[in-house]
Design a protein around this ligand. Structure first.
Ligand SMILES: [Zn+2]
Length: 263
């Protein structure tokens, strides 16, 4: 184990000992340190999701790892999650599933809700390191794409998920923003003025690119062009090879309406 993990874990143990959270096992799953309740075997088993996500995301998308060691807290139920987040961050979590906090240097998960949110949140520190300044639509589009994913031919592949229904509803109501508007959305507007479709629209745009076999190339091209095309819109148009984006959006919306999730 590299010395910096030793130093990190020694400091972590000292900190945890003072919080009264009971016995938490610590397991290195580079580039993360996984901390959890339920004993070391349970934590190691749960950390398998971390390893799988790290291996596949690094193979297909991210050249850079998070610049510092981040802790991933895997709490076994809602009660220990609530208690742990309060003790570790001083705040009450505003999601029952889990979240990444750059300020607190960690991911905090209620792992009883499944591994999907864990994979979603792992994407965020990677984007932070690999694509500084990436717009929120890309960051959340990738995170939410892989919150429901499997492996095909050795690659991580996003699947349809629960975000589809609301997106289809907005499409039927004719309420979806243009892709130019979505990609130009500021971070503040993306998170705070979302009418409920930002995540889903970004997710299923990336899902479309994935199904076309162009998602990995798009990510790399957008990252390379970030100075001249910070929103990614021009790179999107080029990747799609479209001269008429309104026509494309019509075809994409019709395609989204053919997708199914759960049944
Ligand atoms: Zn997210």
């Amino acid at each position: 184990m590299p010395a910096n993990y030793d130093v990190h874990i020694t400091a972590l143990r000292e900190r945890l000992a003072g919080l009264g959270l009971g016995e938490l096992a610590i397991h290195v799953e580079a580039p993360f340190v996984v901390v959890g309740d339920g004993g070391v075997d349970v934590v190691k088993r749960r950390a398998g999701t971390v390893r799988w996500a790290v291996e596949h995301l690094e193979a297909d998308f991210f050249d850079a790892r998070p610049a510092r060691i981040l802790d991933i807290y895997l709490f076994g139920d809602a009660r220990s999650y609530q208690r742990g987040v309060r003790a570790l961050t001083g705040e009450t979590p505003d999601t029952p599933y889990g979240f990444y906090s750059s300020a607190h240097g960690g991911l905090f998960m209620n792992i009883a809700t499944g591994g999907g949110t864990l994979v979603h949140e792992i994407v965020h520190p990677y984007v932070e390191a690999d694509f500084p300044g990436a717009p929120a639509w890309l960051n959340e589009g990738l995170g939410s794409l892989f919150e429901q994913s499997s492996e095909e031919g050795g690659h991580i592949v996003g699947e349809t998920n629960w975000r589809l229904a609301g997106l289809q509803e907005a499409i039927r109501a004719g309420e979806l923003p243009t892709f130019r508007a979505l990609t130009a959305t500021s971070e503040h507007a993306f998170y705070n003025r979302d009418r409920g479709t930002n995540y889903a629209q970004a997710r299923y745009l990336l899902y479309y690119l994935q199904e076309q076999g162009t998602l990995r190339g798009f990510y790399r091209a957008m990252r390379a062009a970030r100075a001249s095309d910070p929103t990614g819109y021009d790179t999107l148009v080029t990747t799609l090879g479209e001269s008429d984006m309104a026509a494309f959006q019509g075809r994409w919306e019709a395609w989204v309406l053919t997708l199914r999730f759960g049944g």
